[in-house]
Write a protein that binds this ligand. Structure first.
Ligand SMILES: *Cc1c(COP(=O)(O)O)cnc(C)c1O
Length: 378
């Protein structure tokens, strides 16, 4: 197809290219001043909450769970309506993943279902801001507090969103972002963990860099020599390089422009599709000011697959977000069964993500709308 329209795409301009080129010409390719700058720039968009840049959204989740100290015997309660990494990274730490169902309209973790799922073994309650719309963070905070668990917000979709006027990143104990190419802002691959807790930030920084301790005051063998660094807890190399952090800082300058354009496209889809019988357009809670990452159309009467095929055949790159996480064979083999979270399964059966990215033109949006309408004969 000559003019295939992807469902998501990066927006990279000359300023971004210049910012990356400048780092390439400099002394630091990996961990240098651009990392520190990007972490500070990011904090300006998260209500001042300190950030730790890492190599992906998946790494951010793995690091966040490490900072929370989860391991065998612990439980993590989360939503199945997410990319598998939200659950997989908890499982990789040896914790048991407990899926709680979603609200039928927003697709976000249902506080009542989360309340029913938590126990005194729950170490982390992990919500996802599906499509960019923040989860019910006040109620989920109460659920987490009721069992002494940490509240983690997988904000891979929702950098730039806010809830009751408070920016995403300032709401949970641990918030994770993804800067993959299709997300609200990109560093190609990349991510970050943010936390208002100095202790959690320190744990995250340590896990990002092999757990290495360089501070002599904290070392067990401080007199070993000037070269000495030592590991007190295992970690990995999840360092986001300077080159990519420079791209991130440059992109952040356009975050509000990206948000504005995504909102316009979202509204245009709403106007163009709201009256189509056979679909539901996304809802928005009064407390939420989303930076829309996805446009999750709901296709009724079992026609989602037919509409998906119709749009793809017409060169429109729709997606489905997401197959319930526990449907993946890896969870099935651990004993998780279909039927566990009926709302998430029903949502998945209807969901179709329309193209949504900052450089999408009104003409492209209208083409998508017209192709959907023609499918329904309206
Ligand atoms: C994209 C995404 C991730 C993983 O981020 P990567 O940067 O691709 O590793 C995790 N959770 C959700 C909800 C995502 O959309």
């Amino acid at each position: 197809m000559s003019d295939f329209l992807p469902y998501g795409r990066q927006s990279v301009n000359d300023d971004d290219i210049a910012a990356v080129a400048e780092v390439l010409r400099g002394d630091w390719l990996t961990t240098g001043p651009a990392v520190t700058r990007f972490e500070a720039d990011l904090a300006e968009h998260t209500g001042g909450t300190p950030a730790v840049a890492v190599t992906s959204g998946t790494a951010a989740l793995h690091v966040a769970y490490a900072a929370a100290g989860i391991g065998p015997g612990d439980e993590v309660v989360t939503t199945p309506l997410t990319f598998v990494a939200t659950a997989a990274t908890a499982a990789l730490h040896g914790a048991k993943v407990v899926f709680a169902d979603v609200e039928p309209d927003t697709g976000n973790l249902d506080p009542a279902a989360a309340h029913a799922a938590v126990t005194d073994r729950t170490k982390v309650l992990a919500a996802v801001d599906y499509a960019g719309h923040p989860a019910e963070l006040d109620q989920l905070r109460k659920v987490a507090d009721s069992v002494g668990a940490l509240l983690l917000e997988d904000a891979a979709h929702s950098l730039g969103s806010s809830w009751r006027g408070r920016p995403v990143g300032s709401l949970a104990d641990l918030t994770t972002f993804s800067f993959f190419a299709t997300k609200n802002l990109t560093t190609a691959e990349g991510g970050a963990v943010v936390s208002p807790s100095a202790e959690l930030v320190e744990q995250a920084r340590a896990f990002r860099n092999h757990g290495l301790v360089r501070d002599r005051a904290r070392q067990r063998y401080p007199d070993e020599g000037g070269w000495h660094q030592e590991v007190h807890a295992f970690g990995l190399n999840y360092r986001l390089p300077d080159v990519l952090c420079a791209l991130g800082s440059s992109q952040l300058r356009r975050l509000w422009a990206f948000k504005q354009r995504r909102a316009e496209i979202h509204a245009r889809y709403g106007e163009g599709l709201r009256d189509v019988p056979g679909v539901l357009t996304p809802v928005c809670r009064a407390e939420a000011d989303p930076m829309w990452h996805l446009y999750p159309l709901r296709v009724l009467d079992g026609r989602r697959r037919a509409l998906f095929d119709h749009l793809r055949a017409n060169g429109i790159g729709v997606q489905v977000n997401y197959i319930p996480a526990y449907w993946h064979p890896v969870f099935e083999d651990l004993g998780y069964r279909r039927g566990l979270c009926p709302n998430a399964e029903a949502y998945y059966a209807q969901e179709l993500s329309l193209p949504l990215f900052a450089d999408l033109s009104d003409a492209d949006v209208d083409r998508v709308i017209d192709t959907v309408r023609s499918f329904f004969g309206v």
